[in-house]
Design a protein around this ligand. Sequence first.
Ligand code: HEM
Length: 133
Amino acid sequence: MTLLQVHFLAAGFWLGLLAVETVLELHPRASESTIAVVHKWVDLLFEGPAVLLVLTTGALLLGGNWPAPPLLLLKAGIGLVPILANFYCFPLVLARARTTDAQRAVVLSRRIKLTGAAIPFVFAAFALGLYLR
Ligand code: HEM
């Protein structure tokens, strides 16, 4: 399997996880505690490793294409936005699953949901990545 294929698969897997997490976080009848525990394990077992794989393979691909054309730099930059948002979100998810303070859990949930604003960047990076093939 090539580095590009691993990058593509990791990016696609991450997109699927984001779809599941969006349903989980926005589900009207799921309890806060269920959302907190399920999101934590999805992050620890799947999303964390997938994001690190997208970043590592992306950086290696970029290094292999250096000096990179402007459109590829733009694509990498757009791809970094949701990766950084994920690095911000990850400790919030862990803190929410740990806390017994209901008010704090509500505040953390609000911040976690806000990081969802980075999801369109994942689609943009994916589309630009395919366009650059
Ligand atoms: C949300 C994050 C990202 C997504 C969804 C994404 C998606 C993709 C896709 C779909 C491709 C095309 C794969 C193929 O041709 O089979 C690609 C290629 C590539 N990506 Fe990403 N990527 C992301 C983040 C990054 C980051 C952070 C970097 C750099 C640090 C990066 C660097 C590259 C490079 C250099 C290529 C290869 C372009 C080429 O040689 O054609 N990507 N990406």
